[in-house]
Design a protein around this ligand. Sequence first.
Ligand SMILES: Cc1ncc(COP(=O)(O)O)c(C=O)c1O
Length: 394
Amino acid sequence: MAFDFIAPALDKRRNEGLFRTRKAIDSASGPLIEIAGQHYINFSSNDYLAMRRSTVVAQAWVDGISEYGGGSGASPLVTGYSNAHQALEEYLASELKRDKVLLFNSGFAANQAICQALYNHKYANSTDVILADELMHASFNEGAQACKATFMRYKHNSFEHLQSLLHSSDGHKSQSTLVATEGVFSMDGDQAHLDKMVTISQSANAWLMVDDAHGFGTLGKNGRGVIEANSLSQQQVPIVMATFGKAIGTAGAFIAGSQDFIDYLINFARHYIYSTAMPAAQAYATLASLQAKQNAERRVLLADRIALFKSLASKAGLTLMPSETAIQPLVIGDAQQALDVSEKLKSLGLWVTAIRYPTVPKGTDRLRITLTAGHEERDIHALVDALQLALADN
Ligand SMILES: Cc1ncc(COP(=O)(O)O)c(C=O)c1O
């Protein structure tokens, strides 16, 4: 029978406690979400600055729709590219001190496009090398795996391992080596040590690429992410990618780089060329979110909430991972137990999703707690109290 692997694959997932389902959110207000008639404080959102439902973003979407309509109507090289897209690209390029920026419909598409455009053309081959941190996001890894280049993963944040792989790939006489890392790691919340990575990449004549999906909006004086926080130039980090679906509160993504690199993507990145452009209203709302005056105070609020959570958790004897960011994971170590703790938290009115293998390595199943500027201090107290109860029961 055709596709007869589907049913056993699902059964295996169920038996291993790894089966995934979705829950439809009925409504959301502040940090609260309503699901099936119950309200929960949401600690599983990437809306770090609580911009998603802000008046600024909502009004800009409405204004954008009345100006540009619901969709963009065509791919960007046909007639889908508008002055709203252009304004957002130019603003980002100037903020990040890059020559040019290109918008994508999602971070997933942007990461795949980088891999495809750089390594799936007639001149690419297995002597080209992609080296990525082992915790790099699936959207990049799968793009890299589908390439002609040799794809290797170095141990998380390990300069030694990165250097040894770069060294071993010297024999490849690669002309085109890419070193890829996340700015803030999505499941661990820790950060890449970018200064050192710049030095290592430059000495190997490799390009460094940073996926800053989780740093963009929250880090740096103006919220422009790890690039701003570490004052990294285009020459030091030739490829910057980030998404708008997290701290910016809209959706979509961008890649920033040199004039030539972006022109190359416009000409060769299939995910860009053969996909309807993001709605202009979305670009318009995204620019409004980036320029919103309240961002600075929301970053301060977020930092307060992170500090409060860390201090209360430490007093309560909870062992967190070493993270200074809004992502504060608590490793449970077993998929079923992580689910049980998450269910217990739900019964106490808190939504904290369990993240399990294969999203995270086996044996590191965890609660991925995320804090936002929308949380009140009392929400953080409630979280730590509930965690103590749920873990004691487990
Ligand atoms: C590190 C990282 N890169 C890329 C993506 C993909 O971005 P998008 O959700 O815009 O597709 C995500 C998450 O969604 C992510 O966490």
